[in-house]
Design a binder for this molecule. Structure first.
Ligand SMILES: [Zn+2]
Length: 82
Protein backbone atom coordinates (compact mmCIF):
# COMPACT_ATOMS: atom_id res chain seq x y z
CA UNK A 1 0.00 0.00 0.00
CA UNK A 2 1.30 3.37 -1.07
CA UNK A 3 0.07 6.82 -0.17
CA UNK A 4 -1.25 8.56 -3.29
CA UNK A 5 -0.37 11.92 -1.82
CA UNK A 6 3.21 11.61 -0.67
CA UNK A 7 4.20 8.15 -1.93
CA UNK A 8 5.04 6.83 1.53
CA UNK A 9 4.58 3.14 2.21
CA UNK A 10 4.04 3.78 5.92
CA UNK A 11 0.30 3.23 5.62
CA UNK A 12 -2.04 1.58 8.09
CA UNK A 13 -5.32 0.05 7.05
CA UNK A 14 -8.27 0.44 9.37
CA UNK A 15 -11.38 -1.64 8.99
CA UNK A 16 -14.38 0.33 10.05
CA UNK A 17 -17.68 -1.32 10.70
CA UNK A 18 -20.67 0.76 9.83
CA UNK A 19 -24.29 0.30 10.65
CA UNK A 20 -26.41 2.53 8.56
CA UNK A 21 -29.47 4.12 10.04
CA UNK A 22 -31.54 5.96 7.54
CA UNK A 23 -33.45 8.74 9.16
CA UNK A 24 -35.70 10.81 7.01
CA UNK A 25 -36.41 14.34 7.98
CA UNK A 26 -38.94 16.50 6.32
CA UNK A 27 -38.79 20.23 6.04
CA UNK A 28 -41.42 22.73 7.13
CA UNK A 29 -42.68 23.16 3.57
CA UNK A 30 -43.28 19.44 3.33
CA UNK A 31 -45.32 19.54 6.52
CA UNK A 32 -47.40 22.52 5.38
CA UNK A 33 -48.07 21.09 1.91
CA UNK A 34 -48.20 17.34 2.42
CA UNK A 35 -47.49 16.34 6.01
CA UNK A 36 -50.75 17.40 7.68
CA UNK A 37 -52.93 15.18 5.53
CA UNK A 38 -50.42 12.61 4.36
CA UNK A 39 -49.48 11.46 7.86
CA UNK A 40 -53.07 10.48 8.91
CA UNK A 41 -53.62 8.81 5.52
CA UNK A 42 -50.31 7.02 5.77
CA UNK A 43 -51.09 6.03 9.32
CA UNK A 44 -54.50 4.72 8.42
CA UNK A 45 -53.51 2.80 5.33
CA UNK A 46 -49.97 1.78 6.14
CA UNK A 47 -49.31 1.85 9.87
CA UNK A 48 -52.52 0.22 11.06
CA UNK A 49 -52.29 -2.78 8.68
CA UNK A 50 -48.58 -2.95 9.42
CA UNK A 51 -49.31 -3.10 13.15
CA UNK A 52 -51.89 -5.84 12.60
CA UNK A 53 -49.42 -7.79 10.50
CA UNK A 54 -46.76 -7.22 13.15
CA UNK A 55 -48.97 -8.75 15.83
CA UNK A 56 -49.57 -11.93 13.88
CA UNK A 57 -46.34 -12.24 11.99
CA UNK A 58 -43.13 -11.82 13.99
CA UNK A 59 -40.83 -9.45 12.25
CA UNK A 60 -37.55 -10.73 11.04
CA UNK A 61 -35.09 -7.97 11.43
CA UNK A 62 -32.29 -7.45 9.06
CA UNK A 63 -29.15 -5.87 10.31
CA UNK A 64 -27.14 -4.40 7.55
CA UNK A 65 -23.54 -3.97 8.40
CA UNK A 66 -21.01 -2.53 6.13
CA UNK A 67 -17.33 -2.86 6.51
CA UNK A 68 -15.07 -0.45 4.84
CA UNK A 69 -11.36 -0.17 4.83
CA UNK A 70 -9.75 3.17 5.38
CA UNK A 71 -6.09 3.65 4.69
CA UNK A 72 -4.25 6.20 6.75
CA UNK A 73 -0.84 7.43 5.80
CA UNK A 74 1.43 7.66 8.81
CA UNK A 75 3.68 10.08 7.01
CA UNK A 76 1.33 12.87 5.94
CA UNK A 77 -1.93 11.91 7.57
CA UNK A 78 -3.79 11.50 4.30
CA UNK A 79 -6.63 9.01 4.45
CA UNK A 80 -8.57 7.35 1.68
CA UNK A 81 -10.89 4.47 1.07
CA UNK A 82 -9.27 1.23 0.05
ZN1 LIG B 1 1.08 10.27 2.69
Amino acid sequence: MKCPKCGSTNVTVNVIQQTKLVDKHHGIIWWVCIGWYWIPIKWLFLTVPALIVKIFIPKRQKIKQKTKSVCICQNCGHNWRA
